[in-house]
Ligand binder design. Sequence first.
Ligand code: KG4
Ligand code: ZN
Length: 378
Amino acid sequence: MRIAATLKTAYSNALIWNYQSLKQKTASSTQKRYAKNHMLVLGIESSCDETGVALYDTQHGLLAHALHSQIDMHAAYGGVVPELASRDHIRRAIPLTQQVLQQANKTLQAIEGIAYTQGPGLAGALLVGTSIAQSLAMALGVPCVGVHHLEGHLLAPLLEEDPPAFPFVALLVSGGHSQLMRIDGIGQYQLLGDTLDDAAGEAFDKTAKLLGLGYPGGPALAQLAQQGRARFQLPRPLLNSPDLNFSFSGLKTAVLTLVNQQSTLDITTMQDIAWEFQEAVTDILTKKCLKALKQTKLKRLVVSGGVGANRRLRERLNLETAVRGLSVSYPRLEFCTDNGAMIAFAGAMRLKDMQPQVSDYSFNVRPRWDLAELQSPK
Ligand code: KG4
Ligand code: ZN
């Protein structure tokens, strides 16, 4: 019922806006031709607690991007409240779209394709972005494509200057995923290793909560760790296992035990626990990345997802790859966490290679969606 209300508002907001733009537009009932070599794509991300919108031009690159984070709104509840997230996406998506169009000095009519996050994520939140994207596409007569959120993260490093060439090994470390993959091209993803329990970001968040830090805890814990030093010893689960899998839930439990053993949890103790926790996660991620590169005989590593913003992880990966003659690339910090640019980019890569077809603009969202189900667009 609530989702239905959310959807209705999002849909009618977009339609009212579109109706106004349609008055200036002719020939709206037929889809624009696919411009294979040149396409301006609008991307909308709304899978969780950030509304991200961006304009990507397949010839000139990223033209504009804008983000609204809901962190302050959810902080009072200690985590994301799905219904509040959906309502906020409704408020933000269209103003952010207007903002990027203005930044890029483009009109709505210049948009030639629209990409939106179809999943995985919160159903209500996904429905907001999806319904706005689909209704805009319908009004403009342009193609619309649903993007896998993780594909967005995976391809985010390709938005940078001097992007890594395929094939490469990707480490995807976000709040919900910790995966190692072999990437041979768009849609050609082979899973090499996965987490058996908590994701790396989830471990950061849960450990931060244990230490009384706010939500989301990852960046706060990383900041605390900067002042810490080697004093405690935490386990490194699966560090030496022959596979490329991860397990982080034991580490979180070990932190809980350590915290309970302390007579007082003063700031220095907290900093030292945070330091050791970050070292443990970094040791594990670094070792498994090197193992994946060795196993695949590939020379390039690409890191993406929120934990990819971690400074210590970047330091370690930079060092360990450099001494072995390997390379590592990351998205800029703001594109490690959720954003519209990665969705516009991944959507553009798919749209430019898809066969033209008339869409009926019906849609669904995929709150659970395995990346392995994705196909190459070609
Ligand atoms: O990729 P992302 O924005 O959202 C998901 O798709 O999950 O990742 C968010 C995760 C959170 O768990 C957050 O705590 C973590 O990334 N994170 C960090 C840092 N920045 C964000 N973890 C460690 N160090 C950071 N600097
Ligand atoms: Zn994400």
